[in-house]
Design a protein around this ligand. Structure first.
Ligand code: ADP
Ligand code: MG
Length: 606
């Protein structure tokens, strides 16, 4: 739908035009008319679908520019978002010089804020805490507030702002318009909506309209210790202008920042424990291209909009399927195509299956790139650049110099080009480069452990703790000897030491877990398959490298990083053998005592 069809102010239309938006996104097309009608609205759509403009445009339409009083309050979970949203509103209000917008957030000098507010701000965008602060101090009158908007409502509730939000809503006039935008609709949001909205129009943009569709998605099976090396190779190959790398923990973010910086990349990161000023600086650097690789946790990155992210890496697969969508939604925004590469290591193979099911997409496997691939791509890129430079022309003077020079020297022009290339891309050691490939599939198990299948899963509302409890309780083996529990929707895999698998199976016959009688059996399947990467095909890389122009500054320190290649023995593997050596673990003896469970437990020392 065209913006022109939405009955919005000419000046906003012009601003939208300047922003380069061709069409209203689905959530905009539906939410803007509903808001303009004065209805209370719930707008539910995924990240990156244009929710900001969906409420900002009606907000601007609602404001009476003649009235120099606060009229619209927009609540936002974080300072970054508040700043971002008010920035977007300012852009949309480019031709409405009589509308004043102000972001307010904690940490900012309140005296200055109060001064700014007194100058006739009509739209306030702020974090709930700070907005309430102003309400309490009566630094600005809320009497004329006719519209309250909750942006990223789910996130605000997650962050514990519920009480503040409710206070703000109850202390503004009851006939205000209440608009709520959220990617998800957990119960507390429904409750707030029921309590504070009237005659609500719930607009939900279904998944089909998600941007995930124009995002190419691939995964790499990689050993956890090789993830850094893989990331660097992929960055070298694709040479993204802006990439976001998602990790699951703050620690992983910190470690990866120093690793990548150490290797000469323009990388930086954000996570919840960082000082606000530091986060702001990083985000600024990222927007201005001073930082090319942003490493982030889900919470820190949520809702932050940076356009032109050409790649998203899932360094770790997200814990929550839905986060996968949020994460990869950073790339391929607004009709552009994007690329999402996920690293899958060990148990994450199951997670990947869940994610595929959740997103109803197929995430394709890619072979690990070899150093040869890296080298070849760098050379390809360089030649593409050479070609461009030749086409640009203006080389005749230098050509003459080169010709003269080559005459004098005892090397050929080919030697010279080869040397220049080497100087540019650096030495790439392709000898000890191969990343160790492991195939993770549903039948994978750890040595000394056996996988057991149980016919109940997440859908049956059981938790890993229930399963662990049942096994420990029924068979008498201490919980610590039970290995990984991989829970899928309809069934679960549990690892137990091979030596006691039969005993566990016996003990679990006729057992019920959470009221369900279960069937437990040995999981069928092969063991671990190992083979070495023969430098996968570089096919498919080209489409992305084509449009890249530059070469990474100072990133040639690719001495194939010894550290990440040393073959450390996998500690988890040794667990079971240590376990077998454990004297107290005598299965033969246990078997004889089978009937006397309590004494068996005594044997375990617990
Ligand atoms: P959300 O809040 O749903 O996560 P945003 O409002 O942050 O999404 O918008 C995501 C990106 O899409 C922003 O860069 C924004 O400028 C851009 N955008 C929004 N609406 C449109 C549109 N109609 N056409 C093109 N780009 C748009
Ligand atoms: Mg948003």
């Amino acid at each position: 739908m065209k913006f022109e069809e939405l009955n919005i102010d000419e000046r906003i239309l012009k601003a939208v035009e300047d922003l380069g938006y061709e069409e209203a996104s689905p959530i905009q097309a539906r939410a803007i008319p509903a808001c303009l009608e004065g209805k209370d609205v719930i707008g539910q759509a995924q990240t990156g679908t244009g929710k900001t403009a969906a409420f900002s445009i009606p907000a601007l339409m609602k404001v009476d520019p003649e009235v120099k009083k606060l009229q619209v309050v927009i609540l936002s979970p974080t300072r970054e978002l508040a700043v971002q949203v008010s920035g977007e509103i300012r852009k949309l209000a480019k031709y409405m010089s009589d509308v004043k917008v102000l972001p307010v957030y904690g940490g900012q000098d309140i005296v200055r804020q109060i001064k700014a507010l007194k100058s006739g701000v009509q739209i306030m965008v702020g974090t709930p805490g700070r907005v309430m602060d102003h309400m309490r101090r009566k630094t600005v009158k809320f009497d004329d507030v006719s519209m309250v908007i909750l942006d990223e409502a789910d996130e605000m509730l997650d962050m514990g702002f519920r009480e503040d939000i409710e206070t703000i809503l109850s202390e503004t006039t009851e006939n205000r318009q209440t608009v709520l935008f959220s990617a998800t609709m957990p119960k507390p949001i429904v409750e707030i909506a029921e309590k504070f909205q009237h005659d609500t129009e719930h607009i939900k943009v279904v998944k089909k309209e998600l941007t995930v569709e124009n995002i190419e998605q691939y995964y790499y099976e990689v050993k956890a210790r090789n993830k850094n090396e893989l990331l660097c190779r992929l960055v070298d190959i694709y040479n993204p202008k802006l990439a976001v790398v998602f990790c699951n923990t703050k620690r992983a973010v910190d470690e990866l920042i120093s690793e990548l910086k150490g290797r000469g990349y323009f990388a930086d990161g954000i996570h919840g424990d960082m000082k606000q000023a530091q986060r702001d600086r990083v985000m600024d650097d990222f927007r201005n291209g001073r930082c090319e690789i942003l490493i982030a946790t889900d919470v820190a990155a949520r809702g932050i909009d940076v356009s032109n992210v050409d790649m998203v890496f899932n360094y770790d697969l997200p814990q929550d399927d839905e986060y996968y969508v949020h994460r990869i939604g950073r790339t391929g925004r607004a009709g552009k195509s994007g690329l999402a590469l996920s690293f899958v290591s060990g148990k994450e193979a199951y997670k990947l299956k869940d994610i595929e099911r959740y997103c109803k997409t197929k995430i394709k496997n890619r072979p690990l790139p070899s150093m040869d691939d890296v080298k070849n791509t760098k050379i390809d890129n360089l030649f593409a650049k050479i070609k461009d430079t030749i086409e640009e022309g203006g080389l005749s003077e230098i050509r003459e110099l080169v010709e003269e020079r080559i005459e004098l020297e005892d090397y050929t022009s080919i030697d010279a080009v080869a040397a220049l290339i080497k100087m540019t891309i650096g030495d790439i050691n392709t000898e000890h480069d191969e990343l160790e490939v492991v195939h993770y599939d549903a039948s994978q198990k750890r040595e000394g452990m056996v996988r057991l299948f149980i016919n109940i899963g997440k859908k049956d509302k059981v938790t890993p703790a229930n399963i662990l409890g049942a096994i420990a309780g029924e068979s008498g083996i201490p919980g610590k000897y039970v290995g990984a529990i991989d829970m899928l929707d309809n069934y679960t895999f549990v690892e137990v030491p091979e030596a006691i698998a039969d005993d566990v199976l016996k003990a679990m016959e006729d057992v019920t877990i959470k009221g369900r009688s279960i069937v437990m059996e040995k999981a069928s399947g092969r063991g671990k398959k190992r083979h070495r990467s023969k430098g996968g095909d570089s096919h498919g890389f080209r489409s992305f490298t084509d449009k890249k122009d530059g070469f990474r500054k100072g990133s040639d320190s690719k001495d194939s990083d010894k550290k990440s290649f040393s073959r450390r023995s996998d500690k988890s593997k040794d667990k079971s053998s240590a376990f077998k050596k454990d004297k107290s673990f005598d299965f033969k003896k246990d078997k004889k005592d089978k009937k006397k469970k309590p004494s068996m437990k005594a044997l375990w020392g617990k």
